[in-house]
Design a protein around this ligand. Structure first.
Ligand code: FES
Length: 283
């Protein structure tokens, strides 16, 4: 299975349909604030993994009830809940998928196809149950659960092997040693201008506004874009750094993501000034 998914990652034949679907998703999910909401920007965490809990939990619970006598009505209700709640979960997934890299989108396409088959089977299962054909409904439900489980496995590959929508910057902290690290003399730190420095080979950005100084990891949580090459913009009354790759924006006075496609906040590092020198350390 792993070898198969690795081949999917490299299969450019999937790009024709993938590119078309990406254009359709980006053209449909407007304005940008809607896409940000679906990415989980307001939460500071990706929304899709939370949304899939309802359909998956409902469908698994229905499968358990299907094995017990006298639980047809409860199982039908859970199949219905799972099927209806799968639709918004799919929309959040498509929105995330459209902002992935090409190799991730190929695997994401197969993930979506498996889940689409699962959802279709569950819709059939619900229809059969409502028509009183509970045996057919149970069979379609089991098939649907198998397809959704395959989709979940592929989704795991996408997240944990390929790093889709996972915070790409936070592992940088593991390369920083303990203790305070000197960055720059405060007299050499300009106002309202991004500056990049290294701490144990970890790139950080510095931003000074008056006496307030922010030190933030430079790698964008979305796909490792160089925030140090980004612009500073005022968004919703806050100075934010905007990633030059896909436009995610992070507040410079806290690291909160205010604009996607990143669904994750950016890590801020503690600071102090010692003998006129700005220092930082691990949080
Ligand atoms: S790398 Fe995609 S928004 Fe920064």
């Amino acid at each position: 299975m792993r070898a198969l998914l690795t081949r999917v990652e490299q299969d450019s034949r999937l790009d024709r349909v993938g590119d078309r679907l990406q254009r359709a998703v980006l053209g449909t999910l407007r304005p940008r604030r809607l896409r940000d909401l679906l990415h989980g920007v307001t939460l500071g965490h990706p929304l899709h993994p939370a949304m899939v809990q309802v359909p998956v939990g409902s469908w698994i619970s229905a499968a358990v009830l299907d094995l017990m006598p006298g639980q047809r009505r409860a199982a039908t209700m859970l199949v219905g809940l799972g099927t209806v709640s799968a639709l918004p979960a799919a929309v959040t997934g498509l929105n995330d998928w459209a902002a992935l890299s090409r190799d991730q989108r190929r695997v994401g396409l197969v993930h979506a196809a498996a889940n689409g088959v699962g959802l279709t089977l569950y819709a059939g299962s619900l229809a059969a149950r409502l028509a009183g054909r509970h045996g057919v409904g149970r069979t379609l439900g089991m098939l649907g659960l198998s397809a959704a489980s395959l989709g979940a496995y592929i989704g795991g590959h996408l997240a944990y092997k390929q790093g889709a929508q996972v915070n790409q910057s936070i592992s940088e902290l593991h390369r920083m040693s303990d203790g305070w690290h000197s960055l720059v003399d405060m007299t050499a730190l300009p106002q309202r201008t991004l500056m990049t420095r290294e701490v144990d080979d970890v790139s950080v950005i510095l931003y000074r506004h008056g006496d307030e100084v922010t030190v933030m990891l430079e790698r964008c949580p979305h796909q490792s874009g160089p925030l140090g090459e980004g612009e500073v913009q005022e968004i919703d009354g806050h100075a934010c750094v905007v990633c030059p790759w896909h436009g995610s924006a992070f507040r410079l006075n806290g690291g909160e993501v205010v604009q996607g496609p990143s669904g994750n906040d950016q890590q801020i590092l503690p600071t102090r000034v010692q003998n006129g020198v700005l220092q930082t350390r691990l949080p």
